[in-house]
Design a protein. Structure first.
Lengths: 145, 145
DNA sequence: TCTTGACCTTCCAACAATGGGAAGCTTTAC
DNA sequence: GTAAAGCTTCCCATTGTTGGAAGGTCAAGA
């Protein structure tokens, strides 16, 4: 099977297959006499594994681990679980960071009248101009007991 | 004010200040006779704006817009709001993507016993091996009424 | 058999945003 | 006057991915 077919069958682009081979994530693919890569079913299987792992956000670095565990018949499932949980932690902190941004921005946007006038708390906040005014305004709108 | 002081005052690293100047996000900074950058208060103000915008996840591309609007005294706040809302949409889709990953992974991790045995649904799912077996097992562990 | 188009090969560049470091000049502090 | 700290530019690395150029190969049709 050549690289185009392997790409279609695995969901990994030809470019990325060459890259993964280059960085050693996948083993060297055997070649035909003319130098074309010749993929076995096993190769495609590995690529499909990678495709799924990528779609779950695992980095190439983490995939080294996962692939090694996958191919180790004596692995402990606790090792696999540890990789997964570590990745969940990473996802959690990314999600939190984005959510914080989102909330701040939404708050600002909600206080922007969004009309033809130039006055806008979003820019005001970014410029940190009239910070007290900002605080006052927020205080009036969200009074704390 | 030299670049080190401007960096401290704005929260943007010296490296990034040079980069932003290079790509035209900020205007050329004036120079002393010896070639050192010499930052005005206004320059620092702009840098602080950028620092805050970055912390809200705006890209350099979006900051071009925001800076232009900031400096346009005839802007319409609706234009600013539009940029903010567009960015919120981006954040939302990133968050959703990460949350989907997180959920899938957590589901798999929850079904992994995490002990010394090699059997693990996380690898099973990535390998897409014995998908029916997987489904059966999930069915046994989480019986649906 | 020759041609053509669709594939494959390698290598190089680019993206976005940031950090690291080298070589060399300037300023500051002692 | 010297040494340290800080500045300058320039190049490189990162992560994962795509694009393209130059050139070889394969398969189908004339």
């Amino acid at each position: 099977m050549n690289i185009g077919q392997a790409a279609k069958a695995s969901g990994v682009s030809g470019k990325m297959i060459r890259y993964y081979e280059d960085v050693g994530l996948i083993p060297r693919i055997s070649r035909t006499d003319s130098g074309y890569r010749d993929f076995s079913e096993k190769d495609v299987h590995i690529l499909r594994f990678i495709s799924r792992a990528r779609s779950l956000g695992f980095s190439v670095e983490q995939m080294y681990n996962l692939l090694a565990l996958w191919q180790d018949r004596n692995r402990a499932s606790s090792d696999v679980k540890a990789v997964a949980l570590a990745h969940i932690d990473e996802l959690d902190s990314k999600i939190k960071k984005l959510q914080d941004m989102r909330e701040t921005l939404l708050h600002l946007a909600n206080h922007c009248h969004g009309d033809h006038r130039p006055d806008c708390p979003i820019l005001g906040d970014l410029a940190a101009e009239a910070q007290e005014l900002e605080d006052q305004r927020a205080g009036q709108e969200l009074p704390e007991p």
